[in-house]
Design a protein around this ligand. Sequence first.
Ligand SMILES: [Fe+2]
Ligand SMILES: [Fe+2]
Length: 453
Amino acid sequence: MQPNPSFPSSSDPVVSLGELLGALSHALDMAEGRPPGHAMRCCWIGMEAAEALDLTTSQRSDLYFTLLLKDLGGSANAAHICQLFLTDDIGFKRSHKLVDGTARRGLEFLLSHTASESGFLKRLGTVSNVLRHSDDIVAGLFKARSDRGAELARVMRFSEDVAEGIANLDEHWNGGGRPAGLNGSEIPLYARIALLAQVAEIFSSETGHRAAISELQSRAGAWFDPDLVPVFVDVLQRPGFAQAFHDPGLEAHLLASEPARQAHLVDEDHLDEIAYAFAKVIDAKSPFTAGHSERVAQLISTICTEMGYSTGHRRWMMRAGLLHDIGKLSVSTAILDKPGKLTGAEFDQVKLHPLFSQQILGRIPAFHDLSITAAAHHERLDGKGYPYGMTAAHLTRDMRVLSVADIFDALTSERPYRPALPLEKVCTIMDQMVGHAIDIDCYAALQTAIANS
Ligand SMILES: [Fe+2]
Ligand SMILES: [Fe+2]
């Protein structure tokens, strides 16, 4: 399907904040190894529980977005998890969320998830390193996640209460949480609610709502605010909870709820800030992609200027550049950072990322056309690209611009299996791609922009 986009004008709001972040929360779910809609279901459970609390409209809105964006900083520790535990970050995170924090379960988890595919000696060395430095390692992982989540919430113009709610998600009522070891009511209310909602959602999803209720009750006073636990148990015990929890219409119901409807429409400037924030989430997955999406957006800007794009169209293209790799949050950093050749199965996973970009961005009606353009960034004129194997007949000028910018940045950046290539070498490689892989006019515009810079 060919996109037929309408481009940003200077002022008209195009999308609601709830709809936009509800869609983008699906990317956060992927990075955490949770099933699609995890953050939305957490948001629903948390907001149902909050009915019992006397919150103002503005507090309800803050809580709503804290719940939706609780994992905003999650990708900031993905590469460290892979390096320290010699494992796949997504599987590690998925399983870790089911560990209850007791020393015995923690040790069992560590032994089963550290270097599990390495030889005995390597495994032994990795496990003993983790055990020797476990406090520092765990503290560092949680701090990176916490700091990044709060920083990006602020970039997206959320209040300090939302930023602090996200930053303190992993604090526990008894002071045993991370990163600061806050105690009791020192932990911000939204963070206490978000942790309860998270555990309620994960156990309801994995083992059923009765198991989730026992999990909440058994951790009351340890992980959870003991006064809030009965409120959540009440929600989970409601007749119809399980049905509503699994109802495909739950997301639409949540988007129609008061906090999502009350949230303002996002104007073009704010939309750009949110796109920049999510570009940082995407690029944090791997040290080798640090800054990639922002650089691609900048390259797109220069190519578009050179090719005479209108201001609105160029802005739209930059947004596609910022978000084109959002589906990469579904790929383990162990694969993205692998120093050697990928296996067939690993490459199959990588090849899915543009499809996930399309699915996530396509959830936002105003991003329908942008999602189609973004999904085509690994396509080639000769049909040998992925995921669709589109050919020149179907690749629009916008798709070709994005592809040229993406390839140029990939070649000029360090990769796990090679250093960054010098400009001369990059030009030699791209010269050879012209006509069968990349578009001659887009590449010429890039060359002119480079020559003039
Ligand atoms: Fe990509
Ligand atoms: Fe890319």
